[in-house]
Design a binder for this molecule. Sequence first.
Ligand code: ADP
Length: 159
Amino acid sequence: MIKVLYPGSFDPITYGHMNIIEQACNLFDEIVVAVMYNSRKTGMFSIEERVYLIDELYKDNPKVKVVYDTGATIDLAIKCNCNAIVRGLRTLSDFEYEIQMSQINKQLSENKINTISLFAESNLENVSSSMVKEILGLNKDISHYVPPLVEKAMKQKLI
Ligand code: ADP
């Protein structure tokens, strides 16, 4: 049984993240989506709200579990008995960051935990949570980037 950890800030989850989760579901037995939270950074959504949105979207998918943590991703991967970390790649700048993180996490886990990179679908490679927040701030349509549940939650934040 292959269990993987998919960490990120998910503030909020987008169709880009969901595409990576879908690809991971086709490859692995269990995907632990980990909402990683930095208490010094405030986002649009609280940690509970981010977890709630992901939980709701995957409540009928037994392969997807959601957790949250404020510590190091590698410690969480080991604690959850994950075989690997999954990340999504969009651009060259993602690649540069991810290669460093994967090497650090491999060293910190004494070569036990590898990072598996999955590629963004071409129509989603420009989608990031921050981009969607910016588009909403301009009062433009975000329905191509986030599911209706997330769109509604984001609009409520603006009221
Ligand atoms: P962001 O705020 O940039 O969306 P996150 O920290 O929430 O970033 O992202 C978690 C992981 O999901 C990262 O590996 C990131 O590269 C990946 N990811 C985010 N958006 C996409 C996308 N549109 N396509 C593929 N991977 C993505």
